[in-house]
Ligand binder design. Structure first.
Ligand code: PLP
Ligand code: COI
Length: 356
């Protein structure tokens, strides 16, 4: 054991409804905690999952100096488990942290903590295809004060949660509202980080969309409202005339998704053309009207590849591929999940495999 470990004497295993693993509702027995104080991180330890002692003046409750990550551990069909590109999540947490004045945490240290935590709670990795153990690393200012400035103390924690698909209906296409009323991020802001505040900013528009029967919002750029950014918890991709197109990242308002990156890296191997560029909402509407918009799907850790069956913009409902998953989304889903579950050879070294 690399980290000091205190075993949970009261397992949570039997409290979990294994027949209905709603996303992020159940938590496993242990969590990893490391504290930052006096200019350095301590050694970190694994302890039973449970409440944290928090003072009302803890700065994050007031000023949201917090960011998080999301990645999954999969039960390998040949035994053991696979973490999917965990070093990318660790590096992205540091990138988010930097923008929020949160001190970095060594990437290898983070990945070792993830692996050790999954090993100790390996019985919580679900056994069915489509299910996984979701890891949620997060870091936040933990000092107690009310002045607006960066915290002098931080906590980095990893919790894990057995999950099935993010959307209740699995691979069923989702309905998404393109909003021109609210924005998620602006140039120079936090858009390309996993700052907790981005999710707070998205809640109001997201709730309004849900009231109208949509599962998520597709956000447009916060300056002109002309260009497509991303969905609440996914990056967005379109297939227009056989080519995958996805919004480029140079404006700094879009989260650089690891699933997005993986799709772009896989595309040429699968004989697909994929392009990153700015995409106007008008282009999407016109491609749909003229019959050139063949597929639309979201990419994300929680959502994997999630087909979009309907986009609605300014009252115009665009039904895509007869509200069915298209061949390109299906191929990407099969390939990525195949690698994650150890069914397809991992030629790119994406998977961190370990036994327990
Ligand atoms: N965009 C947002 C806002 C997200 O929350 C996520 C989920 O992590 C993504 C995109 C997809 O990123 P990834 O593929 O790294 O999970
Ligand atoms: C993820 O896909 O890991 C996410 O972070 C999405 C979400 C549940 C916020």
């Amino acid at each position: 054991m690399k980290f000091k470990t205190t075993k949970n004497q009261n397992t949570r295993f039997n409290d979990i409804n294994w027949n209905d693993l709603r996303f992020g509702q159940f938590f496993s027995d242990h969590m990893f905690i490391v504290n930052y104080k006096n200019g350095k991180w301590d050694d970190g330890e694994i302890v039973p999952y449970g409440p944290l002692p928090i003072e009302p003046a803890m700065c994050t409750l007031h000023y949201a100096q917090a960011c998080f990550e999301g990645l999954k551990a999969f039960r390998d069909v040949k035994g053991g488990a696979n973490l999917f590109r965990p070093e990318k999540n660790a590096a992205r947490l540091n990138h988010s942290g930097e923008r929020l004045c949160i001190p970095n945490l060594d990437v290898n240290f983070q990945v070792e903590a993830m692996e050790e935590l999954v090993k100790i709670d390996n019985k919580f990795i679900p056994t069915k295809r489509g299910q996984s153990l979701y890891l949620r690393p997060f870091v936040f200012g933990s000092a107690n004060f009310l002045g607006v400035h960066a915290s002098s103390e931080y906590m980095y924690i990893i919790i894990t949660s057995p999950v099935s698909s993010y959307y209740a209906n699995g691979l069923e296409p989702v309905k998404i509202l393109i909003t021109d009323e609210y924005v998620r991020a602006v140039r120079g802001g936090l858009g390309n980080t996993k700052a907790a505040a981005n999710y707070a900013a998205s809640l109001y528009g997201g709730t309004k969309a849900k009231e109208k029967g949509f599962s998520q919002v597709l956000w447009l750029d916060g300056v002109t409202l002309n260009f497509v950014d991303e969905v609440g918890a996914m990056n967005i991709m379109f297939v227009i005339d056989g080519e995958i197109v996805t919004p480029s990242l140079e404006q700094g308002t879009i989260l650089p998704g690891i699933t997005r990156m993986s799709v772009l890296e896989l595309a040429s191997e699968l004989g697909l053309k994929a392009t990153e560029r700015r995409i106007s909402v008008q282009e999407v509407v016109e491609a749909h009207r003229s019959g050139h918009l063949q597929e639309c799907f979201g990419t994300g850790t929680a959502a994997v590849i999630s087909p979009v069956g309907q986009l609605t913009y300014k009252g115009e409902d665009m039904i895509i591929n007869n509200n069915k998953i298209g061949p390109i989304a299906q191929k990407l889903y099969d390939t990525i999940t195949g690698i994650q579950y150890g069914e397809i050879e991992d030629k790119k070294g994406w998977v961190r495999h370990f036994e327990f």
